[in-house]
Design a protein around this ligand. Structure first.
Ligand code: FRU
Length: 469
């Protein structure tokens, strides 16, 4: 049964919402953001038939989490993007409470979406179907329907299929919660994307020696990188550690060895993927040249998200920039993709004591800093970064109380690459050894200023605006 179409209401929301969003000084100039309403997880990030595709969780009707569609952008070069037809709407019984997150694959030349149909019942319980949809000749997607019901032994929280092919077999990881309210990652395999066989739990609470690992793991992504396998995941309910995992829900990664034959993933400890205030639900894609690229949601569910001021302009949230992943000495490095250098305008340089450095316009800015001592950077008053011998402290006022909130990165800092866009800052530490991604909402102009006695070498570029066509 098809539920009544919300397309007329979506069209009206976009027509009314887009001008309001574009008037907002906080609206990104070169990052992905919703034209109206709420955007959360990146979905279906993939290279297919000569173009990049990036789908996203989108409620076009309001800046809240109620009505989840899949929006769709595509790009030839990862810099200039264009809007594609709305890919999925929650209009079938099996996805009526949301077309939840998932991935996209090239199935013998047909772009195929694997997503979760989320269904909530009146008694508060829920179920989840893993579903397929296939691209049609209009650039839209025809739903195939569910291919995997809720597996036995798990609560209704089983979602976010990440699907890939290995030696002719399809594999899928799913985020899950078992009946003891423990978070897990499940593995399935299939010959045809339709019939799936359980291969067991590959990670989570109680698996592989992990304890206190939370009640639900969302958005898993398993892939090879530099001779190892990485599992990205979002373990909800993780105990906070000293100055780590401080967000309401963290994004984390495990490094290990994955064996297809036994479906076993031997891994080390959970690491924080990004130490900033806003980062969640990342997804990766393999580029044709072999690079592993990542995009994340620069937001976190629950917490203070609904207090962000952009909601007054009818929109909320943005993606991170696209990043390239590498592994060095067992540690994940993230760096902005090389293509982003195309956004740079004329290069400027400055050298001297930090406190004497010129203030910079931070609306659209890339700033590279070589430093040898202590340094402070104020971003338009709303966000402060402090570098000490121990690492980095990021501070900003909480949106609820105005009290200062802190995030930390530990280690010796010798270089920073900082990307600013209207209301976001991404700080890459020591060429990607650490990253801190955060939103901030400057009241007036976005200028950043420096203090501290460190000798610094600055290279910086104003970035060109690159709105989605
Ligand atoms: C993560 C998440 C996913 C889910 C989607 C719904 O942010 O909760 O687990 O599929 O968002 O929008």
């Amino acid at each position: 049964m098809t539920l009544a179409s919300r397309l007329p209401a979506i069209l009206q929301a976009v027509m009314k919402g887009l001008p309001k969003a574009l008037q907002d000084t906080h609206y990104p100039q070169w990052h992905h953001a919703p034209v109206t309403g709420l955007m959360n997880d990146p979905n279906g990030f993939t290279w297919f038939a000569g173009r990049w595709h990036l789908f996203y969780q989108w409620n076009p009707l309001a800046a809240d989490h109620k009505y989840k569609c899949w929006g769709h952008w595509s790009s030839a070069d990862l810099v200039q993007w264009r809007h594609e037809p709305l890919a999925l709407m929650p209009d079938e019984d099996y996805d009526r409470n949301g077309c939840y997150s998932g991935s996209a694959v090239d199935n013998a030349g047909r772009l195929t979406l694997c997503y979760t149909g989320n269904v909530k019942f009146d008694d508060g319980s829920r179920t989840a179907w893993q579903c397929l949809a296939v691209e049609n000749s209009d650039g839209g997607f025809d739903k195939v329907g569910p291919v995997l019901p809720l597996p036995a032994g798990y609560s209704g929280h089983v979602r976010d299929p990440k699907v890939w092919q290995h030696e002719g077999v399809w594999y899928m990881v799913l985020g899950a919660q078992d009946l003891h309210k423990q978070g897990k990652v499940l593995l399935f395999s299939s010959a045809n994307l339709h019939d799936w066989e359980s291969r067991g739990e590959i990670a989570g609470h109680g698996v592989n020696g992990l304890t206190d690992a939370g009640y639900m793991w969302e958005c898993p992504d398993l892939f090879p990188l530099d001779g190892k396998h990485l599992l990205l995941c979002c373990p909800q309910g993780l105990a906070r550690r000293a100055e780590r995992f401080l967000n309401v829900y963290p994004a984390a990664y495990l490094v290990g060895d994955f064996d297809y034959a036994s479906a076993k993933f031997n891994h080390g400890e959970l690491n924080e993927l990004d130490a900033g205030f806003e980062f969640y639900a990342p997804q990766t894609a393999l580029a044709p040249d072999g690079r592993r690229l990542l995009v994340g949601w620069m937001g976190v569910p629950d917490g203070e998200e609904m207090l962000q001021p952009t909601r007054e302009h009818g929109w909320i949230h943005q993606m991170t920039c696209l990043r390239e992943l590498t592994l060095k000495n067992g540690k994940l490095y993230q760096q902005p993709i090389a293509e982003l250098a195309q956004l740079r305008e004329a290069e400027q340089r400055w050298q001297g004591e930090a406190s004497l450095a010129p203030g910079l316009e931070a609306k659209r800015l890339e700033l590279q800093i070589e430093l040898s001592g202590e340094l402070g950077i104020h971003f338009g008053g709303g966000l402060t970064l402090e570098v000490t011998g121990q690492g980095i402290t990021l501070q900003r006022p909480g949106l609820a109380t105005g009290e200062p909130l802190y995030r930390y990165w530990h280690g010796k800092v010798s270089s920073l690459q900082i990307l600013c866009d209207s209301s976001s800052v991404e700080i890459f530490i020591n060429h990607g050894e650490g990253v801190m991604s955060s939103r901030y909402f400057p009241q007036s102009s976005e200028r950043l200023s420096f203090n501290g006695e460190s000798e610094v070498t600055l290279r910086y570029w104003s970035l060109r605006s690159c709105m989605i066509e």
